[in-house]
Design a binder for this molecule. Structure first.
Ligand code: FES
Length: 264
């Protein structure tokens, strides 16, 4: 039974929190990793070069939509887009918005960046740095609810990246498998695991079902997705690394700094 008498106020605690463990390590790590990814992906998107090393196409530039692309993804191509000051708008900018919005509004990443970048709160049992956090009930954060629609967009990208990974077997001299082929397939698997472990995907599959006993196929799919969903944070990080490292690999091969090893 509690020793505190009902109505008695709590003892005054002057410390802002009582945590003594290194709780700050996680938010700092998140800032470094996500910050590095943002810097690298923006830099890579501006390059508009070295994103194709036959038969490998960087995921940052897929699908490559301009007629002038080093490896156009479709027979029809968009004319190059020039914008003032920047000049030619790299094809990467046309497509990064899709996966970018999906990640930006992801439930897991929200938690990560609310804590690490906005310090609202930085960790459990540590108070918010800014006191006027209003949650996601008002503009602009209410727009985070659109995450469920960005999921459909993300699935389209998985289809296109899978097609690129299939093309990664098609070398100029015929069928083959290189280290780059494996790199591209690992990337697609990580991205697919992230996309299909999404909470919205689980809802698309199992939501609105009143009796799973009447929809055994949906139940089995929902059950499988639930197990994936439990690992969603891990897939979020793995796919972030895989997409950046795939671009780095293809870029280095394209520049000639490393040679792609042909396995078959
Ligand atoms: S919840 Fe993370 S991608 Fe949907």
């Amino acid at each position: 039974m509690s020793s505190r008498v009902i109505g008695q106020s709590r003892p005054a605690i002057t410390a802002s929190h009582l945590r003594t463990d290194p709780w700050w390590a996680l938010p700092i790590t998140v800032v470094i990793v996500i910050g590095s990814f943002l810097v690298y992906s923006t830099w890579a998107a501006f390059q508009n070069a070295h994103y194709f090393a036959p038969p490998y196409l960087s995921p940052f530039y897929s699908p490559c939509l301009y007629r002038s692309c080093l490896h156009p993804s479709f027979a029809f191509g968009l004319p190059d887009i020039h914008v003032p000051i920047i000049g030619l708008l790299s094809p990467a900018f046309l497509i990064l918005a899709g996966p970018g919005l999906f990640r930006l509004t992801c439930y897991y990443y929200r938690k990560a960046y609310y804590r690490s970048f906005w310090l609202a709160p930085p960790a459990c049992a540590v108070p918010d740095v800014k006191r006027n956090y209003t949650g996601e009930a008002k503009f602009p954060l209410i727009l985070q609810a659109f995450h469920r629609y960005t999921w459909y967009l993300a699935v389209l990208f998985i289809v296109m990246l899978t097609w690129d990974a299939i093309l990664a077997f098609r070398f100029p001299n015929g069928f083959g498998i290189g280290v780059g082929t494996l790199v591209m397939w690992i990337n697609v698997i990580c991205l697919a695991a992230y996309t299909f472990s999404c909470h919205s995907c689980r809802h698309v599959c199992g939501g609105y079902v009143n009796a799973f006993s009447k929809t055994p196929v949906r139940y089995r799919a929902w059950h499988f997705l639930t197990r994936l969903n439990e690992r969603h944070p891990m897939f979020a990080w793995l796919s972030l690394f895989s997409v950046a490292l795939t671009d780095v690999y293809i870029r280095l091969v394209s520049i000639g700094i490393i040679r792609d090893l042909r396995i078959i």
